[in-house]
Write a protein that binds this ligand. Sequence first.
Ligand code: FES
Length: 646
Amino acid sequence: MTDHHVIFMPSGKRGRFETGTPVLTAARQLGVDLESVCGGRGICSKCQVQPGHGDFPKLGVTVRDDALSAFNAVEQRYDDKRGLKPGRRLGCQATVQGDVVIDVPAESQLHKQVVRKAASGVPITMDPATRLHFVTVEEPDMDAPSGDLERLKHALSAQWDLTGLDMALPLLRDLQPTLRKGKWEVTVAVNHDENRITALYPGLREAPLLGLAIDLGSTTIAAHLCDLSTGAVRASGGVMNPQIRFGEDLMSRVSYAMMNPGGDLEMTRAVRDALETLAVDLAADAGIVANDIVEVVIVCNPVMHHILLGVDPVELGQSPFALATSDALRIAASEIGLTSLSAGARVYILPCIAGHVGADAAAVALAEAPDQADALTLIVDVGTNAEIILGNRDRLLACSSPTGPAFEGAQISAGQRAAPGAIERVEIDAATKEPRFRVIGCELWSDHPDFAAATRATGITGICGSGIIEAVAEMRMAGIVDAKGLIGSPAQVGTSRCELVGRTHSYLLWEDGNRRIHVTQGDIRAIQLAKSALYAGARLLMDEAGVDTLDKVTLAGAFGAHISPKHAMVLGMIPDAALISVTSAGNAAGHGARMALCNRAARAHIETLVRRIEKVETAIAPRFQEHFVAANAIPHATAPFPHLMS
Ligand code: FES
């Protein structure tokens, strides 16, 4: 029999195949990334390809118009029903008849790359743990009795070469009605990370599967609902962590668990309810039901990790800060109260690095990949508990630092979450001491004549984390605040905006009638404490690494993308570095969670990488306290900031 050159693009993979070989078969033999859900039955359309025609001198082939078999009845039926784009063929139906160059379009590739909108971070290549497999199951036979599950497994083995699959009891309850409803044809969602059946659908399931990537922070919970076939984010949202009512920071929540019998379980219930509600709400936003969600990835700090799992966090409140487990976890969603999701939905929780350095820091390392760079990079994930990573491909160090919730707008007199109406950018004229600002949801500055009209809908509701950072830094640059963080009197500063409120001065940022937003002395103190903790953690890692300079600084976190590097450095939040080398990465932990959701290899990578990351414990390091005290000044009591001067 004659054989022909078959070349797949864009991979460039090529081989010789006999006349009559289906394109899908050729692709599989060459390891070409061509999707299939129906296993070549001509009903899922996932295997679409586009053959080329004419001369391809660089590839050394000429493709005749009849290089593939003629459109067959199966393709015609599909085209009539759903429509195929011009020139497209179903790879499972078209067979090789001559030398051919075949383009695999992005939507037919399983491992397609998802474009990342944020400024930095590793792009996501799709390789989801969960994939769909359509099978035809033998009907029961009294003469050869066997269970429906056994015949389903036999079909998966015979038709997809999948063996040793597990299936949980809640899904077993759905099996018989699903098989009968589908007339013995069923689409099976298999989680290949766990070799487990996680969902069953009667007949061919054409709708994509959904997964949820959750960044469970101490103050806020952020989640992305993702299409597991394209990686597209179908809905995003966030809520305040309801555990705040038990304590604003991690240690106060550990104390709550210690002091109140059953307090840990109270917090467990609160956070699980919040996650369940968030999942249902995001599903509704995306126009689906939560039951379509088959996978969840969660990143969080160790205290959140333990409370979510229902493990008493008491050991994390005392040296040696032992974790119940630091390994990655693969558990049923129902075990942590996510009961609205698919009956077999699974949860993957990234590994923790150590006692106070959690799965969120691991997710940041995954997203920013400092282990794959030569540049010595400091990554600061700003949150209630800052995760800090320093290093490059040679060595990686990590710590966490208790910054408290001030950077997220809490503990600030007019503080609020980053939401429409919140002041997010501030400038203060050094000569007149007059401020101008911008609020979220409005492009105009407050001194623009149309500002009042433009903000009528949202109003001016408070000041968010990035707003307070800029406000304090601008007050320092304008001489309203001194290096110790004291707000001067009107006479000292030369503006009546400095008002005596109680026994200290406050700076009036905005007023409208009797509504006023001040930056108070208490606000400055809260920011000083937070920024000192951040700086001290970063500096401690630099001490451990034996370095005094940095090649690159990355600001991450829910509001990392909004922090101005200049203002962060004026405050002394981060060690001195060239401003040009300081960039914002947005929510790196959330991006890491998405990577682990969409790419199975990312899970294996981070599970290996965390073993290489050296953990530095800030709570017991005497140098941390020294750095903390010195960093209380703005920008710092002793450390020079030469790049601020340049
Ligand atoms: Fe399903 Fe070709 S593999 S239509």
